[in-house]
Design a protein around this ligand. Sequence first.
Ligand code: GLU
Length: 405
Amino acid sequence: MTPPTHPEDHRPAERAEAATSARSADGASPNSVIAPARRLVVKVGSSLVTDEGRGIDHAAVARWAEQIAGLHELGKDVVLVSSGAIAEGMKRLGWPRRPSEIPELQAAAAVGQMGLAQAYESAFTARGRHCAQILLTHADLANRRRYLNARSALLTLMGLRVVPVINENDTVVTDEIKVGDNDTLGALVTNLVEADALIILTDQQGLFSADPRKDPQAHLIREARADDPALVAMAGGAGSAIGKGGMLTKVLAARRAAQSGAHTIIASGREPDVLLRLAAGDAIGSCLRAGSGKLAARKQWMADHLKVLGRVTVDAGAARRLREGGASLLPVGVTEVGGEFERGDVIAVLDPDGVEIARGLSNYAAAEARLIRRAPTSQIEAILGFIEQPELIHRDNMVLRQAPA
Ligand code: GLU
């Protein structure tokens, strides 16, 4: 694995010079996030690969393939997360409006994904590159074995210099089990392959301090820490008509990517040669930097669980000890057990107000946990007839959630 680099620490001087030749039109100083990155995840939204209800924009797909081939030549591995299946399916089926029924959305995605795969296949082949289609579901990432499988398939493809083209497998997922938007999927993939950076391309210039359509004072955020809580307020919540993710999902995706040490760029996909210019060191869009902390791979996987099978509520004392860090969760601190889970499943831990404070691997199944909640360690064996471990969740198998925004 390539460890994520922290580019500002050792950025070569030549890169800074090279960057000046490709400086962005607004003359901003080059940022150093993409130039030194070895492995990138690039997410392109529906509005960048399809043409306002007219289906796939083949010229645009050709431009993405061209730029990604260029990144390859610079020695970078690239994973592409591309939306557009539903939009293309709507066009192929002659539907003017996005359907609201799930089976129809699934049908549109199935039809459209064929067109998307075809478009990327021809565009990459024309540039002497292979690409590979990978359709992921939340379950592929929520089960540890499938997660590791998906990871090794992606790493193998990258080792073969193939460009994986990823979308959510919309045809087999329902709302309850959906990742839901490709910004989040892009972040999950960034964590999965331990990419150095995530580039989210959209139809806006980046993240603004306020909604630029409503506030004339709004300015582009050039650089911020991905975990800065102020970003969530700035991102508002609006989405576009055709794709799924608004600016808020992009900010949350950046925060998620930062957990594995990856920086995120949110930039306009309409900027000419945006990927190559970012790689040359140009400052385009918003750069949301990861802090220094990086979760260990297993904890990362637990943190990335979008949905959990069960949850336990703990009393105020246990909640405090967990929040302070370093404590395991003992059955005695548990007041309620919800959901059905097995030993080894990831469950959420809620404080008495229902706020999630941690998630982790349960040592006991839900039925057992119900029996031993509130019980001191000395009584577990008498209640169950056996004792797996004294803890319900051991601290090594637990990851604390960030403070809610
Ligand atoms: N997976 C959906 C599609 O390909 C798009 C989801 C999104 O735009 O975030 O049409």
